[in-house]
Design a protein around this ligand. Structure first.
Ligand code: SAH
Ligand code: SF4
Ligand code: F3S
Length: 464
């Protein structure tokens, strides 16, 4: 969930470098925003823009924003203040700089963004990214553009595919959105409002995109969706496929050695998906399955539509199918009405599951969601205390998981050069960075690595 910055170099300028316009993209929020930023960059490349990692020299600064918690949304406005000053300075030198806001804040707040930050030229929601080049044309003509209608056409039919060179420059792992939006309406969550209702991409589109990625050297693909396991589509034989069936199909693509998917909802883990974990060696033994809370009363108030016992039984079934699977989750502490006893139920559930990794947050009331209107808001100090206790337990479990790997030999996908000279960084089946000597292999290789030591959320290893 950490903010990430997309900084492709501009090596593939479609025109002479001097003539090309430059775009700086900054990405906040979840993996889907990372994927979207790439697709917007692809659309902009087709429109003559070259990516830059230097905001000061950009002709277009595009913020791809996140609305999930108040802090995430407010970060955008402080960044816009800084960019406004830069834009004014550029204007004094006779240069034009456009500011665009995309993503979930754009969808949720629309024109309000321009009211609060008048330097913004363009606001564009996630369903209309294919209209970005047109919107920019209008913005360059001096118009303030707000594109937040849910488009009738499928944006994926209109967004250009990345150029092979861009895929290569992005590395050997890639994201691929297969499903977008959410119909679950958990009472704390803005996503159904910012991403709209659940839409699945077609089997043909997904397979074609995965094949293109594999052909450009991608070894690991993570399928993305707000509710990725609610994905469904019509297979070539006319029958209805679920995510499990899709994974079986993608596992046939030569070169794609590793598959993952995120984020899944406990209610949509069906038998075929569990069978995929049992039968597909390329489906990595790691599952992010958020539960949010361990108290049935709070789960009900959150509208999660399952109990703590349902969740535990589900994990039992998944572990029976794939015993080495590592679990990850998301938790919210201090949802309205959460008592000490409710919170203890969350701690109990965490002890019962034993997570390899997890994300935990203090409840943040979001405008327009039912949770924000509920009684019994929990004091900030209580949320702080609960979060600390929960995170201490989760950290303990994460460290124990890492420690259990020392001395074992694991398959590692080599991804990128390390921070220190002479090192190379790979990725374990459970997503941890694995730090190796650079002679251990080349980027894109999957090598056997013997774990020698643990770092902070990372592993040190030598070639086995
Ligand atoms: N679709 C995913 C989660 C999307 S949001 C799912 O259903 O699990 C990612 C995480 O942010 C959520 O799992 C939740 O733990 C957290 N989150 C969402 N809304 C929040 C809020 N209002 N306050 C605090 N955390 C929140
Ligand atoms: Fe939000 Fe719930 Fe939908 Fe996940 S399932 S995106 S938490 S509403
Ligand atoms: Fe944030 Fe939107 Fe993702 S609110 S978490 S960027 S779906």
């Amino acid at each position: 969930m950490e903010p990430e910055q997309i900084t492709q170099d501009g090596a593939e300028a479609p025109q002479a470098a001097g003539a090309a316009k430059k775009v700086f993209v900054k990405t906040y929020g979840c993996q889907m925003n990372v994927y979207d930023s790439q697709r917007m960059s692809d659309a902009l490349a087709a429109d003559g823009y070259v990516a830059t990692s230097v905001m000061e020299e950009a002709d277009l600064v595009l913020l791809n924003t996140c609305h999930i918690r108040e802090k995430a949304a407010e970060k955008v406005y402080s960044e816009l203040g800084r960019i406004r000053d830069l834009k004014a300075e550029r204007a004094r030198n006779g240069d034009e700089m456009l500011i665009g806001v995309a993503g979930c804040v754009a969808q949720a707040e629309g024109r309000e963004i321009i009211r609060r930050a008048p330097a913004v030229d363009l606001v564009i929601g996630p369903q209309t990214y294919h209209r970005l080049p047109d919107a920019l044309k209008k913005a360059r003509g001096g118009e303030k553009v707000v594109e937040t209608d849910y488009a009738l056409e499928d944006k994926f039919d209109h967004l250009p595919q990345p150029r092979r060179a861009d895929v290569i420059s992005r590395g050997v792992t890639a994201f691929l959105t297969v499903q977008e939006g959410c119909d679950k309406f958990c009472t704390f969550c803005v996503v159904p409002y910012t991403r709209g209702s659940e839409v699945s991409r077609s089997v043909a589109q997904i397979v074609a995109e995965a094949e293109r990625l594999a052909a450009a050297g991608v070894r690991e693909v993570t399928l993305l969706g707000q509710n990725v396991n609610a994905w469904h589509g019509e297979g070539p034989d006319g029958s209805e496929w679920g995510l499990g069936r899709l994974l079986f199909r993608l596992a046939e693509i030569p070169g794609l050695s590793r598959l993952r998917y995120t984020t899944s909802h406990p209610r949509d883990m069906d038998d075929e998906l569990i069978a995929a974990h049992r039968d597909l060696p390329s489906l990595m033994p790691y599952l992010h399955l958020p539960v949010q809370a361990g108290s049935d009363r709070i789960l009900k108030a959150m509208n999660r539509k399952h109990t703590a016992a349902d969740y535990l039984r589900l994990i039992e079934r998944i572990r029976a199918a794939r015993p080495d699977i590592a679990m990850s989750g998301d938790f919210i502490v201090g949802f309205p009405g959460e008592t000490d006893a409710d919170f203890e139920d969350t701690m109990e559930l965490v002890r019962a599951v034993d997570y390899a990794q997890a994300f935990s947050f203090k409840y943040s009331p979001r405008p327009g969601t039912p949770g924000a209107e509920m009684d019994g808001h929990v004091a900030e100090a209580v949320k702080d205390e609960r979060l600390q206790r929960l995170q201490a337990l989760l950290n303990e479990q994460q460290n124990a998981f890492l420690a259990s790997l020392v001395g074992t030999t694991i398959e590692t996908l080599i991804e990128k050069p390390g921070r220190q000279a002479g090192q190379i960084v790979g990725r374990s089946p459970w997503l941890q960075p694995v730090i190796l000597d650079e002679k251990a292999g080349r980027i894109g290789d999957i090598v056997s690595a013997r774990i020698t030591n643990t770092g902070h959320a990372s592993l040190f290893a030598e070639r086995a």
